[in-house]
Design a protein around this ligand. Structure first.
Ligand SMILES: NC(=O)c1ccc[n+]([C@@H]2O[C@H](COP(=O)([O-])OP(=O)(O)OC[C@H]3O[C@@H](n4cnc5c(N)ncnc54)[C@H](OP(=O)(O)O)[C@@H]3O)[C@@H](O)[C@H]2O)c1
Length: 333
């Protein structure tokens, strides 16, 4: 069995309090975690960044142990704790979805780690896992998109957005993507959006969507923006349609005009963190296998916007919040 020497201290980004990007402190002397019962210790090579990290930083998601946030990374198992760690062993390349990713080493439950398939290039598993799993769960679990459905995807050039565009293309849906720049709209279109709208420039988003759908509206709306789109979503959802609001990049969703929603017999779904991402019900491994299969089967392009050093985590958060990124941001320790 392979063995690795594990140092006692490591590089990482720690928060002592919640707040702006300035609370993210780069350190070189953090203690390396010791894996507990059923845990593995992973030396992270690529850390996946998600918009949800901003919510953790600002205190909307709870408090991370030791002040280290970060939901996912890819790397090598360097040691295992006592107890059963499934079939994983030291030396295996895994991708994991837990907490404590902004560091060189993370101890994670073995049940939340998945072996990276041999055909997946370095970094791509970390780039794909959270956003890919979430998009897949939106399309297949939270809603069941059918061929020919009209679907509206907000922030279509973002991490989850580009995944949705590609999965919806594979499903045969008619997708309308929104984004804030011409470059982002092109990207959304290249990844499968049939129609695109710049929601920063379009004065009447609702009228434009009604025009595209010839007055029908959209069957399903995927919205990670929240506040800015709450009213528009209700106006454009079709009879018996579904609005899924799963994020709040522009702020908490506002008050929806419920009378209109009720008149349309539309459904409003607001999933918090998807249960499969916390392995509630033991579904995590099964969905990871499905995700990597789909990546191969549908030739999914996992777009990496950029790879930043761990010491520049503040800039990563600044760029995310300034809407400068598309697809996925990675960080290397
Ligand atoms: N519930 C869950 O379990 C779960 C899981 C994954 C993701 N999410 C949510 O899904 C959303 C997308 O996540 P992601 O990681 O893929 O991020 P992302 O889409 O890559 O980045 C956020 C995008 O939101 C758009 N945006 C619109 N208004 C904004 C504003 N006022 N401030 C900042 N950005 C704004 C920007 O695109 P434009 O410039 O094109 O407007 C920006 O690039 C987030 O809200 C995230 O929290 C939820």
């Amino acid at each position: 069995m392979a063995s690795f020497s594990v140092p006692s201290s490591m590089k990482g980004v720690q928060m002592q309090r919640v707040g702006g990007p300035e609370v993210l402190q780069y350190k070189t002397d953090l203690p390396v975690p010791v894996p507990g019962n059923g845990e593995i210790l992973v030396k992270n090579d690529y850390i996946g960044i998600n918009y949800v990290d901003v919510y953790w930083r600002t205190g909307n998601m709870g408090v991370a142990p030791n002040g280290i946030i970060g939901r996912e990374a890819e790397g090598k198992i360097v040691s295992t704790g006592p107890g059963d760690v499934d079939s994983l062993k030291v030396g295996d390349r895994v991708v994991w979805l837990s907490l404590g990713g902004y560091a060189e080493y993370t101890a994670v439950p073995s049940s939340l780690a998945f072996p990276v398939p041999a055909n997946v290039e370095p970094g791509i598993a970390a780039a794909a896992l959270l956003q890919g799993l979430f998009a897949l769960s939106l399309v297949e679990k939270i809603t069941q998109v059918k061929k020919g459905d009209w679907v509206l995807v907000h922030a279509a050039a973002g991490g989850v957005g580009l995944w949705l565009c590609q999965l919806l293309r594979a499903q045969g849906a008619k997708t309308i993507g929104t984004a804030s720049t011409a470059e982002k709209l092109t990207l959304a279109k290249d990844n499968g959006a049939d129609y695109v709208i710049n929601y920063k420039e379009e004065n009447d988003l609702v009228a434009r969507i009604q025009e595209i759908t010839q007055g029908y509206g959209v069957d399903i709306i995927f919205d990670g923006i929240g506040k800015d789109q709450t009213a528009n979503n209700v106006h454009v959802v079709a009879q018996h349609g579904t609005i899924v609001t799963y994020g709040m990049a522009s702020g908490f969703p506002g008050q929806a005009p419920y009378r209109e929603l009720a008149a349309k017999k539309a459904r409003f779904v607001g999933p918090g963190e998807s249960s499969l991402m916390r392995n509630i019900g033991g579904e995590f491994q099964q969905w990871c296998a499905k995700l990597f299969d789909i990546m191969t089967k549908h030739n999914i392009a996992v777009r990496v916007h950029g790879t930043y050093p761990l010491s520049e985590m503040r800039k990563v958060h600044e760029d995310l919040e300034a809407r400068k990124t598309t697809g996925k941001v990675l960080v290397t320790p």
